[in-house]
Design a binder for this molecule. Sequence first.
Ligand SMILES: Nc1ncnc2c1ncn2[C@@H]1O[C@H](COP(=O)(O)OP(=O)(O)O)[C@@H](O)[C@H]1O
Length: 175
Amino acid sequence: MENLRPGGPNILITGTPGTGKSTLGQELAQRSGLRYVNVGDLAKQEQFYDGYDEQYQCPVLDEDQVLDELEDQMSSGGNIVDYHGCDFFPERWFDIVFVMRTDNTILYNRLEHRGYSGKKLEDNVSCEIFQTILEEARGAYKLEIVHELPSNTPEDMEENLDRIILWIEQWKASH
Ligand SMILES: Nc1ncnc2c1ncn2[C@@H]1O[C@H](COP(=O)(O)OP(=O)(O)O)[C@@H](O)[C@H]1O
């Protein structure tokens, strides 16, 4: 296959908040040399917001501004994108999509520790129980590129890192 991404593959790491996307994404970037892109942080830094969600007490992401900002670097390749949503990105951006999965009680404890409470805590745990992000990913990308990753323990993290590093090496060898 012709290599359309000189910088390497583009990897999407998605999942419910608290499932370990940024921990995995940052470590993966260090080990692989690919660039880590945290969409939430980018939006905050650049103020890519469009209004305010009173119910969830958080700003609303301006998706178009995010897409415009990232288009060039996504075309070059070599990005690890971290976001708790996935269906507003162009399908063509990603070579592989990982959906992090965490058991309910573990996720509950992580989010409580993060300071979430009440509706925000319950809604995020429900999001995981109903596998909302997994369904979103399956609806937005080819099924064969969408993979669930268990993310409960440090051992899971190590296994996930090894698996993705191997996949990156194979991708590079075949492109
Ligand atoms: N596989 C794992 N095993 C144990 N703890 C983890 C694992 N992945 C993440 N964590 C912990 O869970 C919390 C949330 O992780 P984080 O990477 O911030 O999630 P996200 O980016 O998906 O919101 C952090 O305290 C992190 O250290």
